[in-house]
Design a protein around this ligand. Structure first.
Ligand SMILES: [Fe+2]
Length: 287
């Protein structure tokens, strides 16, 4: 299967849709190519969020991003959740749908956290089966995102990057690569983030997340509450060198600034991407 067959067209540079920006987004023109919505915020019967969502869908391409699929759990897949997700997709007509490579609870208890998985053959088999069921139900490939983590399991037999690449290939799904999460986990677990990037299958990277995190010295916390830090920009440039231009967006979940502040940060993402692509082209000419 070729790259073109696997991936949806490149969308450009986007932001996570936050209610603070509804009014700005439904008026005026902004240097913004697309928006990512948090699916669970709109899996509701009616009200203002759906009103604004419909208006925004008229103006921008939209993708759906969830936090409750719990694809790695050993609980049965939540069919009610999947029904609601599909219903929302029929309304939004998203370019794609994503969630996380994680588990979020067990025996009906929601931990409200994106927990990492043990990276074993057994987990790989379990995930492959469940992803196939979800993709069959939704009638499309989904994207799974690497989470930031603060713990590992002693019984893991392979690395996270090998596991993610194997899941994508065996389940025939796509990857939402969170560059910030790689940086946070690399710091917390002492691996080289470039090793992670190098292991990723280029033909399955559909989307990139950028965000801010807090480096506390001995460890890092994934906070999404301030601007992107230099190490993440550098790793983003490396990802552009490796994957080319991938649909990229900034996630901001706390201390939400005015829209223009985030658009300025998004401008930097465009600049880093354009500069890196130009440098790569130059290197090819002189090689
Ligand atoms: Fe993310």
């Amino acid at each position: 299967m070729t790259v073109e067959n696997l991936l949806q067209p490149h969308l450009g540079f986007g932001l996570g849709l936050r209610s603070e920006h509804y009014l700005d987004l439904i008026k005026g023109d902004h240097p913004l190519d697309w928006l990512e919505i948090l699916s669970e915020n709109y899996m509701i019967a009616g009200g203002k969020p759906l009103y604004y969502l419909d208006k925004i869908c008229e103006r921008y391409p939209v993708v759906m991003h969830g936090v409750s699929l719990s694809i790695g759990s050993v609980d049965p897949l939540n069919q009610n959740y999947l029904n609601d997700l599909k219903k929302l997709a029929q309304r939004v007509k998203p370019k794609w749908i994503s969630d996380h490579l994680c588990w979020t609870g067990i025996e009906g208890v929601n931990l409200h956290d994106l927990m990492p998985l043990p990276y074993t053959e057994e987990a790989l088999h379990h995930l492959t089966e469940r992803i196939s069921k979800v993709q069959d139900f939704l009638g499309r490939r989904i994207l799974l995102e690497n989470v930031s983590s603060y713990l590992t399991y002693q019984h893991s037999t392979i690395s996270e990057w090998e596991f993610l690449a194997a899941v994508a290939k065996q389940a025939d799904c796509l990857i939402l690569l969170d560059i910030n999460n790689i940086q946070v986990s690399a710091h917390n677990h002492g691996f080289d983030p470039l090793t992670y990037l190098t292991a990723m299958p280029v033909e399955r990277i559909q989307q990139i997340h950028l965000a801010g995190h807090l480096n506390k010295g001995e460890y890092s916390i994934d906070t999404h509450d301030h601007e992107i830090i230099e190490s993440v920009w550098n790793l983003y440039a490396e990802s552009v060198r490796r994957f080319g231009a991938v649909s990229t967006m900034i996630e901001r979940d706390e201390d939400i600034p005015p829209l223009d502040t985030l658009l300025n940060e998004l401008r930097k993402a465009r600049e880093v991407c354009d500069r890196t692509l130009a440098e790569s082209k130059q290197n090819l000419i002189y090689a």
